[in-house]
Ligand binder design. Structure first.
Ligand SMILES: *Cc1c(COP(=O)(O)O)cnc(C)c1O
Length: 400
């Protein structure tokens, strides 16, 4: 019997993304843990200030997660029952869920097959008299066509919300994300560009919307604990229904410390991407296409496997990569495939052809600033080996 095709494992498992935390980060967090304010203290404002300074945003409001940031943005946009919000068909579920939290309806628009960015023309076709806002996603870290969405939003009287959870530090025509839409949401989950464990931020040019989101993250109450302590008063008013979406001071200390390294991390992410691009060029493995006039933030590096790699073979490639110690992943399952959205809105296969076709072939390979050049080489070798093995049809070792 022919021996099974046993891939050589790499030395250590390489996940698709991971955080970098150094001694300065640890010291910053430890100092806050020994201070008077663990939460709702001075570092929340300081993090917001430093974040705005970094992106050029006018106001930034820190919250407990990227999902809370999106929810706050949808709340600030005034979305309620009966309102429709356009969302790309292929993104993390939280983008659409934020609309549903407010009783609104997430209406999916198809994406461009080569970039997986929401298609402005399909988005426009989905606008109805009930549409109140549009949420774009800077897929993998590449900014969407902000000019097109900004003019579409102004023309049709919609709020433009950018889900920039993939694109902190990315630039569109020389301007950073956070300054390009009415409201922009960021995430500080450990796989994102900077981390606070869990955490998020919303940037906006409107002081009115910023104030609304500050109340929203604190139960809808108009003052916070520290403000009342400072004014020697106990009275407060709850004016709207909010949540506890506060972020702690020690998380903000970590965020401030991480922000100092963000630029060098973006440079490294772009270096790794250039290496991958060069390595796969001329092969049947195709990276996503790049647009002109952008700086990519490379939260993800997404490959499209060649047309010869079918549905079943993509799973083989995925499993073989894991066996070789490479944490490949798939971003994302189209939202209308999830039972919640499929059943609630009666959606079916065929409704979003570009998102569906892309989903069959995409694979995210590791990209994060802590990867060594050797790690990057191991990833490329493993991808070629795994795709060759999948094509050859040789029996993998884990199959009896
Ligand atoms: C990570 C992410 C979120 C949610 O962020 P959390 O901090 O995990 O809540 C939302 N949208 C997109 C596109 C994301 O990648």
């Amino acid at each position: 019997m022919e021996p099974c095709a046993k891939p050589e494992p790499v030395r250590e498992f390489i996940p698709y993304g991971r955080q970098s935390v150094d001694a300065d980060d640890l010291a910053a967090v430890a100092a806050v843990l020994q201070s008077d304010w663990l939460t709702t203290g001075p570092l929340v404002e300081k993090f917001e200030y430093e974040f705005s300074k970094w992106t050029g945003a006018v106001h930034s409001v820190a919250v407990s997660s990227g999902t809370a940031a999106l929810h706050a943005a949808v709340f600030a946009a005034g979305i309620g029952p009966g309102d429709e919000v356009i969302v790309p068909a292929i993104t993390f579920a939280a983008t659409a869920n934020s609309v549903e939290y407010q009783g609104g309806k997430a209406v999916f628009a198809d994406v461009d097959p080569d970039t997986l960015l929401i298609d402005p023309e399909d988005a426009e076709r989905r606008i109805t008299p009930r549409t109140k806002a549009i949420i774009t996603v800077d897929f993998a870290g590449q900014p969407c066509d902000y000019s097109a969405f900004f003019s579409l939003a102004r023309k049709r009287g919609l709020t433009f919300i950018a889900d920039a959870c993939h694109s902190l530090g990315a630039e569109y025509k020389g301007k950073k994300t956070g300054t390009l839409a009415d409201l922009t949401a960021f995430s500080f989950h450990p796989v994102k560009h900077i981390t606070t464990g869990e955490g998020g931020m919303i940037s906006t040019g409107s002081s009115e919307l910023a104030a609304r989101m500050r109340r929203f993250r604190n139960h809808g109450i108009s003052t916070d604990h520290r403000q009342r302590a400072g004014r020697k008063m106990w009275e407060y008013e709850m004016t709207e229904l909010g949540y506890n979406y506060r972020i702690t001071d020690f998380q903000c200390a970590l965020g401030i410390s991480q922000l100092k390294k963000l630029n060098s991390w973006l440079v490294r992410r772009n270096e790794i991407a250039r290496f991958y691009h060069a390595s796969f060029s001329g092969s049947p493995i195709m990276p996503l296409e790049l647009l002109p006039e952008i700086r990519h933030a490379y939260h993800l590096y997404v490959l499209r496997l060649g047309p010869d790699i079918g549905k079943a073979d993509r799973r083989e490639v995925f499993l073989r990569l894991h066996e070789m110690g490479i944490g490949a992943n798939v971003h994302y399952i189209p939202l209308h495939y999830h039972p919640y959205y499929r059943d609630k809105y009666g959606l079916k296969r065929g409704d979003y052809p570009a998102a569906e076709a892309a989903y069959e072939r995409i694979l995210s390979i590791p990209i994060f600033p802590g990867m060594s050049d050797e790690d990057c080489g191991s990833v490329v070798d493993a991808v070629f080996r795994a795709t060759d093995l999948a094509r050859s049809g040789r029996r993998p070792c884990w199959k009896k």
